[in-house]
Design a protein around this ligand. Sequence first.
Ligand code: G3H
Ligand code: ZN
Length: 277
Amino acid sequence: MTLASPIDLIARREGRGDLPAVPAFNVIGLEHVEAFVDAADTLQVPLILQVSQNATRFRGGIRPFAAAIVQLASAASVPIAVQLDHADDVALVREAADAGVTSVMFDASTLEFEANVEQTTMVAAEMQARGIWVEGELGEIGGKDGAHAFGVRTDPRQAAAFVERTGVDGLAVAVGSSHAMMTQEAVLDLELIAELRDAVPVPLVLHGASGVSDERVAEACRAGVRKVNFGTRFNGAFTAALRDALSEYDGVDPRVYLRRGREALAADARHILSLFA
Ligand code: G3H
Ligand code: ZN
């Protein structure tokens, strides 16, 4: 099946009163990709696979890893989109486009508003001309450096101006979640999500969903979120499974423990996808 664009997947969910949104899972290694595609196939739920700029640095570049993701995602029996996530390196964005991703998230959220607008506008125009869906971010969601920025919020009027001026296709908003949480204690501002939905004509994206409970994810989607990003919880599941496997195995075959890690990723992915089934 050819790769999907996030907008196709979002459109398919429109009108689904239960959960009108699409899940996006961050991948770090092949085990993640294999586990998530397998879970999507099993539950027949479309999804977005994302590789962050940080993860591409770990992999030593985007091309070989993106090629593997595109290959595995294209072999799935449900539509899957492939996105470059949290990129601020324009050269990497261009390489990702060359490598076949269907969307990019350009993250200039740490910059002042005008600088964010300027850079995001340039990236959006160039990527959209190549048929790529572009997500921008306004209101730094925080937590990527370990500190949780629960207090930051995206202003709806500024968000409307940002979307109009940049022409982005989707907008990551700060509404109470924070990256890299291992407990689901984030409290989302549902009223703000509804205000942003009314003010902004493009899909809203919730980042840091590892810190959000299933019920709150569902509430956020009903209030207006259309794409939900999950990453850190998979790190927790994978690492716990490897620790567990290694505690009872003193051999040297990596397949023994990587298989357990991959199974743990798939199990957690199935749980999340079942919410979107
Ligand atoms: O962009 C990726 C997501 O926002 C993932 O956040 O790792 O806190 O789940 P998380
Ligand atoms: Zn994020």
